[in-house]
Design a protein around this ligand. Structure first.
Ligand code: NOJ
Length: 553
């Protein structure tokens, strides 16, 4: 089947409707507000918007506890407003991805209410029950410290139900064919309303066998193939971006050996080692993670990211590495969460230092895959550690220096807007940064353009060149006779490197993509480079304008 692999070379922007822009002045962001900001996002150059859950929900887990899969929470607008939004995106050439939260529902969902009320309910088997408390009920919690069990008794049901996350999020029995049918129906519904795919929540748990007392739960990978096939039959260019924090050995089970399962996954392995590299100046574990996550089918893609709406999970680093990241970026207990992560945004972690922020984003954008950024990243928004749990990094978007950062006319925003201090809306806001050519916002726009003009990164194969310095990373990408070379100096001081840039057919000329300055490697393809502290350089190898040679996909 010929399909459109748009996700291989784009930039994804994640946002929560609730905290992005409030148009009706009730303090809660809405689709109308978001639609009014589409020209801003188009100007930034993002190719896809990933919307966090916006369906009706009691909102006890920021919308990841849904009560109706086929609607919009009235606080954010109507289905009509949603379609207006997807239409506005289409007009501007922006794709829409939405969260697909089908590992669990809210306990307020009518399916669960029916299931618990009556053993003969048609929805009884949509959830996972046990008459007695399974012996391993105190294991496998995703939120340790907040959650103390994965099985909770429901008096009305007269039994225990399974929940991988909070107790108000009962797991769906995803092995039940009726539940699988419903998941397809949900996907089909939103595809019809204009979305191009889904960020699938908690994939390993969706496909895991959920049977009381089973030690090694089997995974039903065939489910992923069913989801993909369905989507592509309905709409050839739709795709799934999976949230699956798994070991590299598992990757092919999720992508499928022949690329017949999910198209994209977030690269958690690289994410954690990237933070370790920023903390320690040692890129070796990250290079190892890049190598270990290299094998994947041609149509598959990594989502690379720095921070998201959850804690920065450091669970896959070794103890010393984890301590190094905590010491550098989250030394206080209040900055840490679940004994494994940091609940801060990137800008405060890097002391608001624009040079280091540029290094971090440039590095992330240069990794094999598609960059995923989060609203507010482009202006260096901060966090509010007074807010509980992960809410610290979910505060409203800062548009201007008007009251409430221009997010709402109400004086009661859904979450407090960060005000005062170095990250307050008075200083950090879109309006201010638009005016300044050197602002992070304008720099981010240039970075996005540069990344989209280097399809080698999304499509090609990378080689980590030997820089003889663990603090300097040089990645070269080759694709269809085009090549780019991207170098990052993680040291806080200038360094000089001498490296074999591997000139082949492309010739010896290196053109700096940012400023068009050229330099040349010697006849042995070696190049000496002086790199400023925290410098990043993007080169096109060979010099010829790639646009002349690029083959359209
Ligand atoms: C992962 C989401 O990113 C997180 O925010 C949520 O709490 C859990 N899945 C449960 O849906």
């Amino acid at each position: 089947m010929i399909s459109d692999l748009w996700y291989k070379n784009t930039v994804v922007y994640c946002l929560s409707v609730e905290t992005f822009m409030d148009a009706n002045g009730d303090g809660v962001g809405d689709f109308e507000g978001l639609s009014r900001r589409l020209d801003y996002l188009a100007g930034l150059g993002v190719g896809a918007i990933w919307l966090m859950p916006f369906q009706p929900s009691p909102g006890k887990d920021d919308g990841y506890d849904i009560t109706d899969y086929y609607n919009v929470d009235p606080r954010y607008g109507t289905l009509g407003d949603f379609v207006d939004f997807t239409h506005g995106c289409k007009q501007r050439g922006i794709r829409v991805l939405i969260d697909l939260v089908v590992n669990h529902t809210s306990n307020q969902h009518p399916w669960f209410q029916s299931a618990r009320s009556d053993p003969n309910s048609p929805y009884r088997d949509w959830y996972v029950w046990s008459n007695t408390k399974p012996a391993d009920a105190d294991q496998g919690m995703v939120f340790p410290g907040v959650q103390d069990s994965t099985w909770t008794r429901d008096e009305k049901a007269g039994g225990y139900y399974f929940h991988r996350f909070y107790e108000f999020q009962p797991d769906l029995n995803t092995a039940n064919p009726m539940v699988q049918e419903e998941i397809l129906k949900i996907m089909g519904f939103w595809i019809q309303l204009g979305v191009s795919g889904f960020r699938m929540d908690a994939v390993p748990f969706v496909i895991a066998e959920k049977i009381p007392g089973v030690k090694e739960a089997k995974e039903h990978f065939d489910m992923l193939r069913t989801f993909r096939e369905f989507l592509q039959w309905r709409k050839g260019d739709s795709m799934i971006l999976g949230e699956a924090n798994i070991l590299p050995e598992e990757n092919l089970n999720y992508f499928g050996d022949d690329g017949d399962r999910i198209q994209m996954m977030f690269n958690f392995q690289v994410n954690q080692t990237l933070f370790y590299a920023l903390a320690s100046g040692d890129t070796r574990p990250m290079i190892e993670a890049l190598e270990r996550t290299k094998p994947k089918p041609g149509t598959a893609q990594w989502g690379q990211f720095l921070r998201n709406h959850d804690e920065l999970d450091l669970g896959r680093l070794d103890k010393n590495q984890r301590q190094a990241v905590f010491a550098a970026f989250g030394p206080d207990k209040n900055m840490q969460l679940y004994d494994r992560g940091i609940r801060r945004r990137l800008a405060p972690m890097l002391g608001g230092d624009q040079r280091r922020l540029e290094l971090a984003y440039s590095l992330m954008f240069s990794l094999p895959g598609t960059p995923v950024i989060r609203y507010g990243d482009e202006i260096g928004m901060g966090d509010d550690l007074k807010l509980p749990d992960r809410n610290s990094c979910r505060t409203p978007m800062q548009w201007s220096d008007e009251p409430q950062g221009g997010f709402t006319k109400s004086d009661k925003p859904v979450l407090p807007v960060i005000s005062e201090g170095p990250f307050g809306y008075e200083h950090i806001n879109v309006a201010e940064q638009r005016r300044s050519p050197e602002s992070l916002l304008n720099w981010m726009e240039r970075l996005i353009r540069m990344r989209k003009e280097a399809p080698e990164i999304g499509w090609g194969d990378f080689t980590a060149l030997d820089t003889k310095d663990p603090g300097v990373l040089a990645l070269r990408y080759d694709w269809r006779n085009n090549a780019v070379l991207i170098i990052h100096n993680l040291h806080p001081e200038p360094v000089e490197i001498d490296l074999d840039v591997g000139c082949g057919e492309q010739g010896r000329l290196l053109i700096d993509i940012a400023d068009s300055q050229s330099s040349e490697a010697d006849e042995n393809s070696r190049h000496r480079l002086l790199l400023e502290a925290h410098a990043y350089r993007w080169f096109r190898v060979g010099g010829l304008d790639y646009i002349l040679r690029r083959t359209e996909i």
